[in-house]
Design a protein around this ligand. Structure first.
Ligand code: WQD
Length: 345
């Protein structure tokens, strides 16, 4: 009899992908416990998460995962069946400037979490990995068999965590781990209540562009116009955050299928250049998006596009929402929340 996973600890549950995943899990009957340090979001997210889902979170803990005592206390208080681990720093440009912080938070936090899981007999984990581990790959689209060649500390921290998880699963047969390599999550919840609202100036292109459209930032700097692409700008595989959230719920439903480490790419399977994204956002917002081409950002690669076949075969699931929907939903969230989650900011 498959044991249903009912209580999920979501680390980073106040973040962009974490909050949308919490809504999806609540809507599907999971008990959801959140641990977040609020370093890149605010507690206002939890009010909105519960409003959108129409259900309460089981508990929210403001903790830094590296605080092993605080983390252990969470496992002592709740019958956690599975952990969904989002908590990490995730901006590539920032990771080049602050590598030690990225390894400390992303790898150190994961190690602390794995220790607490070991200590409390929790052996099921969905890990938030990233397409950036593939680095500057020759051919697209990328499958999970393509080699990891990280070109920046963020990507290297994610690849390091995957290698740690592989070692843990090799050593003990009772661990079941799914590592989901997101391509570029974008968009927002269609209600307009949840979206991407990082603290400070956004490092990622979609929230930055949304702020330009809203007149809160002057213009978009396009990092590099000399890549070997159709229009010289970087190509990425943008995937709607609602699709990413759905995939996490499916991951929990499939974790109990077998033990060991499995890895899946999460992408739409098509590439969009920065200038194509600007055009799509102009159409969605009806706003001009002034931009200027500047030199490449250190750590960036030319293109990253997913081959999403593996997850389609395993779960019978594909991402369905296109770039136009991502721009439309991201614009709605920004228009309704010009100051992000700082209510009244
Ligand atoms: C996208 C494109 C930039 C900002 C992200 C996440 C990472 C991972 C992968 C989940 C690139 C260009 C950007 C700007 C620009 N996702 N750009 N001007 O670097 O692909 O990584 O997706 O794990 O966590 O950070 O995303 O949005 O920063 O860049 O021209 O102001 O937009 O050069 O071509 P990236 P991004």
């Amino acid at each position: 009899m498959r044991r249903t996973l009912s209580t999920a600890l979501v680390t980073g549950g106040a973040g962009f992908i974490g909050s949308h995943t919490c809504v999806e899990l609540l809507e599907h009957g999971f008990e959801v416990i959140v641990a977040d340090d609020y370093s890149n979001s605010s507690p206002e997210v939890f009010t909105r998460t519960q409003k959108v889902a129409g259900r309460f979170l089981g508990a929210v803990y403001r903790i830094d995962l590296r605080d092993r005592r605080a983390l252990s206390a969470v496992f002592e208080r709740h019958p956690v069946d599975v952990v969904v681990h989002f908590a990490a720093k995730k901006e590539i440009g920032e990771s080049v400037r602050n590598p030690v912080t990225y390894y400390d938070v992303n790898v150190g936090g994961t190690l602390a979490l794995l220790s607490a899981m070991e200590e409390h007999g929790v052996r099921r984990l969905v890990f938030s990995s990233s397409c950036s581990i593939y680095g500057e790959a020759e051919r697209m689209p990328l499958t999970e068999a393509d080699p990891a060649r990280p070109t920046n500390p963020y990507a290297a921290s994610k690849w390091t965590c995957e290698q740690i998880l592989a070692d843990v699963c090799r050593r003990s047969e009772d661990w079941s781990v799914l590592s989901l390599r997101y391509f570029n999550p974008a968009g927002a919840h269609p209600s307009g209540l949840l979206g991407e609202a990082p603290r400070g100036a956004p490092g990622n292109v979609m929230p930055y562009m949304a702020q330009v459209a809203a007149g809160r930032l002057e213009q978009l700097e396009v990092f590099g116009g000399d890549y070997a692409t159709s229009d010289g700008t970087g190509i990425r595989d943008y995937i709607h955050v609602m699709d990413v959230a759905e995939a996490h719920r499916l991951a929990l439903e499939h974790l109990a299928d077998r033990t060991g480490l499995r890895v899946f790419n999460l992408g739409l399977g098509s590439g969009t250049s920065v200038l194509e994204l600007v055009a799509a956002f102009r159409r969605a917002s009806g706003r001009p998006i002034p931009y200027r081409i500047v030199p490449r950002r250190p750590g960036d690669v030319t293109a990253l596009v997913a081959d999403p076949t593996a997850v389609a075969r395993a779960w019978g699931w594909r991402a369905t929402r296109d770039v136009a929907a991502m721009c439309r939903d991201a614009w709605r969230f920004t228009r309704l929340n010009p100051a992000g989650y700082a209510v009244g900011r």
